[in-house]
Design a protein. Structure first.
Length: 427
């Protein structure tokens, strides 16, 4: 017998179907609830609301589990590359060697962007945040590449074009924001090496590719590649539900990611660690500020809506800090502060009670700093990594037979009917 849930409203019992996912998690299906009861549900921030069925990413926030298409994040970080993981997310299975070679060729073919785009964005104010430039550039791609997504072939070409060009645009947005000459993608480099080269090569100084950093960047982007229905992915799905083009939907995802509570947290973590250093390195100063109800300060890089234990991505990222810094024979004083802050937070009653464990953003900034990535580019790095997730979730949403225009309801709390007062009679 199928499981159901019962709700009693105004003395009447309503029976609602229960949906069970492949990992056993349950959801009460309330699709007909409004129609049958006249009542809506209330859930600001959607903490108890499932907006879709998805076969892409599985998370267990209590146990700290993350899997893409069933494969544990730890295995992908150790054995896969970002390009292979992107294929896995978008196509549902790992590519064979022929498929992988083909993608590499296509990613190279699509890596250039129209010269007019460069000219267009050269006039952006110098102080613009690269995230703002990237979001606008991705939206502009629709005007430069207007092909309609009507066949599997054009869809696939659009996904590869996005993956390749966003990387080029991201590096370009950085160069433009600094007023520097744009560096073109090179066919002989892998996806990650190409990005580093476009970021750091210049007409006056040749950039030497460091394979340890290339591997670290692969892992960094694998860890960010998808995270089920987070804020920016939800934005992509909601905006996409209005049947806008994919570029507009992804551009909305980039804008949503920018905020300090989401993808901008990696940048905010570095500012917080620098502030702790300025305050004499006392990590308790930050913990006490976070605990003070009259202070809006939060421990950046701590806490998560879903994880109530250590974020599995943060564990890998923490190890990567040591590997990257020791490979570069370089120390970062902020890493010591970060370790001390983590140690103190894990022992603090408030942090323990509020499940404040480090999330992916806590150690990622230190890894990016070691690569030479400037702090303003941190959210952009996150955006490139999240792109395969946004694409796969957008694709899944347009193929979903249950999909409808996203349109939440509200509980109105404003004035009841009042009459218009002509200007001369207003006080
Ligand atoms: N520092 C201090 N207190 C916190 C923090 C934090 N980082 N996070 C949550 N809390 C406290 C809140 O003050 C609140 O306390 P109260 O119940 O005593 O009033 C309680 O925990 C619940 O807070 P919410 O904001 O409702 O929790 P939510 O699940 O929505 O928060 C979030 C998730 C937004 C990520 C939050 O933990 C946060 O602001 N973290 C810092 C920013 C950050 O690192 N963001 C990156 C997240 S990962 C990602 O997007 C890639």
């Amino acid at each position: 017998m199928k499981e159901t849930a019962k709700i009693i409203l105004d003395g009447k019992t309503y029976e609602l179907p229960v949906i069970i996912g492949s990992e056993g998690e349950k959801a009460v299906d309330i699709r007909k609830f409004k129609q049958e009861t006249g009542c809506i549900t209330y859930d600001p921030g959607f903490g108890s609301t499932g907006s879709c069925k998805s076969s892409i990413t599985f998370m267990d926030g209590e146990k700290g589990i993350l899997r893409y298409r069933g494969i544990p994040i730890e295995q992908l970080a150790e054995k896969s590359t970002f390009v292979e993981t992107a294929y896995l997310l978008i196509n549902g299975a790992l590519p064979n060697s022929h498929e992988l070679n083909q993608i590499r060729v296509h990613l190279n073919d699509y890596s250039m962007v129209h010269e007019d785009m460069q000219d267009f964005f050269k006039n952006y104010p110098r102080a613009s945040h690269p995230m703002g430039i990237l979001s606008a550039m991705v939206n502009a791609l629709r005007s430069f590449y207007p092909e309609l997504l009507t066949t599997e072939e054009t869809l696939s070409a659009t996904f590869l074009r996005l993956l390749s060009k966003v990387r080029t645009l991201a590096a370009m947005s950085y160069k433009i924001s600094r007023g520097h000459k744009v560096i073109y993608p090179r066919q002989n480099y892998t996806y990650c090496a190409n990005f580093l080269n476009m970021m750091f090569d210049s007409p006056v100084r040749h950039y030497e590719i460091n394979e340890d950093l290339v591997r670290a960047l692969n892992i960094f982007w694998i860890l960010h590649a998808d995270h089920e229905q987070n804020c920016s992915t939800a934005a992509v799905r909601v905006v996409g539900s209005g049947q806008v083009n994919i570029y507009a939907a992804i551009s909305a995802g980039i804008a949503a990611l920018w905020g300090p509570l989401h993808g901008g947290a990696n940048q905010a973590v570095i500012h917080m660690l620098e502030n702790i250093t300025t305050n004499g390195g006392d990590v308790n100063w930050a913990i006490n500020k976070a605990k003070d109800r009259n202070d809006p300060f939060r421990l950046m890089g701590f806490g998560h809506r879903v994880y109530k234990t250590y974020d599995p991505r943060a564990k890998i990222m923490k190890k990567m800090c040591d590997v990257v810094l020791s490979n570069l024979t370089k120390a970062d004083p902020l890493l010591d502060i970060a370790r001390k802050l983590e140690e103190a937070a894990l022992k603090d009653d408030y942090c323990v009670d509020h499940n404040l464990y480090p999330n992916v953003d806590f150690y990622s900034g230190i890894v990016l700093r070691a690569m030479g990535i400037p702090t303003t580019m941190f959210p952009v790095m996150f955006a490139i990594g999240r792109l395969p997730g946004w694409i796969s979730q957008w694709k899944e949403s347009i193929d979903d037979p249950d999909w409808r225009l996203s349109r939440p309801r509200q509980v109105y709390t404003g004035p009841t009917k009042i009459d218009y007062i002509p200007l001369e009679k207003r006080k």
